[in-house]
Design a protein around this ligand. Sequence first.
Ligand SMILES: Cc1cc2nc3c(=O)[nH]c(=O)nc-3n(C[C@H](O)[C@H](O)[C@H](O)COP(=O)(O)O)c2cc1C
Length: 502
Amino acid sequence: MGLTRGVLRMLPLLLVALGAAGALLLVGSVSAWWWCAAGPLLALTALGGRDLAQRRRSVLRNYPLIGRPPFLVHERARGAEAEEPFGTGRDVYVDGHEFLESSMRPVEVPDEPPVVRVGGPDCTQPYDMALLNVSAMSFGALSPNAVLALNRGAALGRFAHDTGEGGLSDHHLRGGGDLIWEIGTGYFGCRTSEGDFEAREFADKAALPEVKCVSLKLSQGAGPGTGGVLPGAKVNAEIARARGVPEGRAVVSPPYHRVFSTPRELVRFVARMRELAGGKPTGFKLCVGSRRQFLAVCKAMLAEGVTPDFIVVDGSEGGTGAAPAEFAGGLGTPLTEGLITVHNALVGTGLRERVRIGASGGIATGSDIVRRLLQGADYTNAARAMMLAVGCVRARRCHTNTCPAGVATQDPLRVRALDVADKSERVRRYHRATVHSACRIMAAMGVRDPGELTPHRLLRRVGPTTVRSYAELYEWLPSGVLLAEPPATWSADWAAADPDSF
Ligand SMILES: Cc1cc2nc3c(=O)[nH]c(=O)nc-3n(C[C@H](O)[C@H](O)[C@H](O)COP(=O)(O)O)c2cc1C
């Protein structure tokens, strides 16, 4: 089957080569005029041969002659500067247009980009997180070569790589990059045969030196409240090993966690994970749904005296390998509101100093990073932009196992086209250029430390003659106000939030 598909992908090149051979025969036997056909066909055959041999463009290796692909991420991954001559030419007078406030007193761009220390009072092994990291994407959703290229890129650029919920695979451990090991409702890589959380296995893997942080996935933006099904056909020996499931049998992740059913139990489980992980930074990821439920978790943190070291907020605009079409963007909170809610809830309960906030959902550029920092994040993660950096051409076939770039497939013939050495370098270059761009923007705003960024510095056009800052557009709670005197806009949710019930 795979071989037949492989031959089909090579068919255009084979036909051109056969045509060239035929035309050459006709040159010798019929007329020299056949050179008019033989010449171009020979040139195309040579071009196809070059496509097959080169290592920089995976799609061309899989589809010689016919696969010619996308822009900013690709340009940055290639190492090209993203400068734009003659001004922007963008329409800045449309409603919703956003811009950052520049300064009359810019500062120097720092030689080294800032990092963010993750680790609250109960963490004994804090981690310095980069401003941009590889967001969770599982081995299984991504090919072995894509996982390895991301991990090597992370090692080269000194940033973190989130494993995604599909287990800690050999490919995550081969590249030397820092890992955030994520577990979801399937507890892959640390599960019993019944699908429950297996503490011993979790502790053993969390102790690996590559694992810098551990993360509990509650939900993700592209499909909050849904568990995944990995069809049996995709569960090959490697995936079965990484996930700790039987080979060839469909794996169903429940939509909810078995290890907790109340906010208090969630918080206790986070504390247990951190203990099992030897005090490494421990957090959770969610796409915000109800503000009351998140406040219930904050109340549980206060009641138990336990905080996660980080919370990653994923926006409903986030991507995934496969999600129900109607969920995307239609269920769950977009990143801006989700981020501001989580930031405010933590500030309002006096817990913000103890918890770092990561943001994901549509982050691809330096200004995306700065905007999210301004809205309350401490650092950011990117998934799809990192996929582009390893050669994704947005063929949108992630769920079909036929990804032409070898990024989101387990078909060995397609996977081989993704050259790990070249793509890990592209990941490093993309990351470096994007973080550098964020640092340049902050310097132009006169900001030396991301902590100086405030919502006043992000502006949005809300009418033909009106521009408002984020400080005006959104409510920003003073520290501890929810404990002292909740404002009217929050008081109903705060009163209804119950640490013992979602
Ligand atoms: C192919 C793919 C696989 C993903 N797998 C996971 C996963 O295992 N766990 C998770 O928390 N999020 C997963 N996500 C979501 C991303 O981590 C991220 O939250 C989301 O895509 C938003 O980021 P983006 O807009 O930069 O893609 C996946 C996303 C993609 C594109």
